[in-house]
Design a protein around this ligand. Structure first.
Ligand SMILES: [Zn+2]
Length: 494
């Protein structure tokens, strides 16, 4: 039993053909075929191209309307009837593209009522060819992508300006490595992968050392992301990452990545490791951070096993009466540290307070003296030395003034005394800046500091950030030894 199919008709008159049939004649033929083959053609699915000359005919508005109707869901008709395939399309290319599009996407067949359907081996061969052509043309059909560019991309061609590390020496040829820039690229990958450097500190590091991007700008998060995710660095070429019009980053599926002909700067392993880190370490943009609560111990607690900072996770406990947090090694949460070293602030807080209290009364307080050997103080010393030089010149001048009889001996002595005093003040300042304070001198001061910090920590009048700032002014790090239930506090004095 033959089920009725729904059909559409497409009628077009070609001006170049000798044996042309009028639109009415074409429609009559199609209607006969439909009737014989149990195909119902509703009036709204009869598409007749009216303009037969001029540029309008080239655009085939009725044809385009038919294609967009065909793409509707559910599919409105099962077949498209044409008098000849040449009416359906103007060239073989167009014919194959639209036929396979209709067949694949809409399950719609195109039937020529005057040309036989080829059965047997040739028929299936033609089907295969159509499918192969369809794949070939799918690049074109995807819209924005032009065939020439896609082909060039697939051959590993180069169009865009090369990224940091490369430069184009001859037009149309693969870019060549710029050694000093390649060094920066290697440094970036190395710090990101092997030193677990985050993007912000990495940018700061690079900018501090005066490194610049390929645009001669300072590094920032975004430029580093671009470099760390650019497959060009391990010898590939990448196309269609961004949309030309909007500069938006396209879906990764749309990118074309092909083997390039340029020399890689880094290994594929290093590149893959960087991508791995992007996937594991970075939450998608817009995701809420897991913790916003800051404990006054945040940032100070270090993992006894790997030395990484233990991250505070905020928790609520009704029985405990107030919020608390749980410190877990950052490396442990990323699978890079295997030691179980986590500790609750409920345990750690009283232990740290007890340790600080003990330190205040301890006669042999252990702490590190951090010298202020900063560039600021060396600059100051240089400035003071210049002042001394100037005083030496002044001394020479007053000596001459006395010798030449301009100044009396009393005047000379007075001037000389003033000068010596001035010299002493400056020399003392230099000595103070150049020498570190002795341990005995600062021990008492250190104890006083610890005392005032302890008071702040115990008081209810200070905010978490004030307490945090206070303890960070005397404590370098805190290590909790889980097994021994022992806390180690490392003090410093600066
Ligand atoms: Zn750890």
């Amino acid at each position: 039993m033959n089920e009725h199919k729904i059909g559409a008709m497409y009628i077009r008159v070609s001006t170049h053909m000798q044996d042309e049939l009028s639109p009415d004649a074409q429609q009559r033929l199609l209607a006969d075929y439909a009737k014989q083959n149990h195909i119902i053609v509703p009036d709204e699915f009869i598409f007749i191209e009216k303009g037969i000359s001029g540029k309008k005919a080239d655009k085939r508005p009725e044809f385009m309307r038919m294609i967009s109707t065909a793409k509707q869901k559910p599919t409105p008709f099962d077949v498209i009837l044409v008098w000849k395939y040449s009416r359906f399309a103007r060239n073989q290319e167009e014919s194959i593209v639209y036929k396979s599009l209709l067949r694949k996407q809409c399950k719609i067949d195109v039937i020529s009522v005057s040309e036989p359907v080829i059965d047997g081996p040739f028929g299936s061969l033609i089907e295969r060819i159509i499918e192969w052509m369809d794949e070939y043309y799918s690049i074109r059909l995807s819209g924005e992508v032009t065939r020439g560019m896609a082909e060039k991309a697939l051959r590993g061609g180069y169009l865009a300006r090369p990224p940091l590390g490369y430069r184009i020496e001859r037009k149309g040829e693969p870019p060549v490595i710029v050694p000093e820039e390649a060094e920066i690229v290697r440094l970036i990958f190395d710090k990101f992968v092997n030193e677990s450097c985050n993007l912000l500190t990495l940018a700061q590091f690079l900018n501090l050392h005066g490194y610049k991007t390929s645009n001669g700008k300072n590094f920032e998060r975004r430029s580093l992301e671009y470099i760390l995710q650019n497959p060009v660095y391990y010898g590939m070429t990448r196309w269609y990452r961004t949309c030309n019009e909007t500069n938006e980053i396209r879906d990764k599926d749309e990118w074309i990545i092909a083997k390039g002909h340029h020399e890689p700067i880094i290994s594929k392993e290093l590149f893959d490791a960087a991508q791995q880190r992007f996937e594991t370490d970075f939450r998608p943009r817009g995701a809420r951070p897991t913790t916003t609560y800051k404990h006054w111990l945040s940032g100070l607690v270090k993992c006894p096993s790997c030395g990484r900072t233990m991250i505070a996770k905020h928790l609520k406990d009704k029985r405990y009466g107030r919020d608390y947090c749980y410190f877990t090694c950052y490396g442990y949460s990323k699978g890079k540290c295997l030691a179980k070293t986590s500790v609750s602030s409920k345990v750690l807080e009283p232990e740290v307070l007890a340790a600080i209290k003990e330190a205040m009364s301890n006669q042999y307080l252990n702490f590190e003296i951090k010298q202020k050997e900063s560039s600021k103080s060396t600059d100051e010393i240089l400035f003071l030395r210049k002042q001394l030089d100037r005083l030496a010149v002044k001394e020479q001048r007053i000596k001459e003034a006395y010798r030449e009889g301009i100044d009396t001996l009393t005047e000379y002595k007075e001037n000389k005394n003033l000068l010596l005093q001035e010299q002493k003040v400056i020399q003392d300042k230099i000595d103070m800046l150049a020498c570190s304070p002795s341990r005995r001198d600062v021990s008492e001061k250190m104890r006083e500091r610890i005392h005032s910090v302890y008071d702040i920590l115990l008081s209810g009048q200070f905010s978490i950030s004030e307490k945090s700032e206070a303890i960070q002014s005397i404590v370098e790090k805190i290590i909790w030894h889980r097994e021994e239930k022992l806390v180690e506090v490392f003090y410093y004095y600066s």
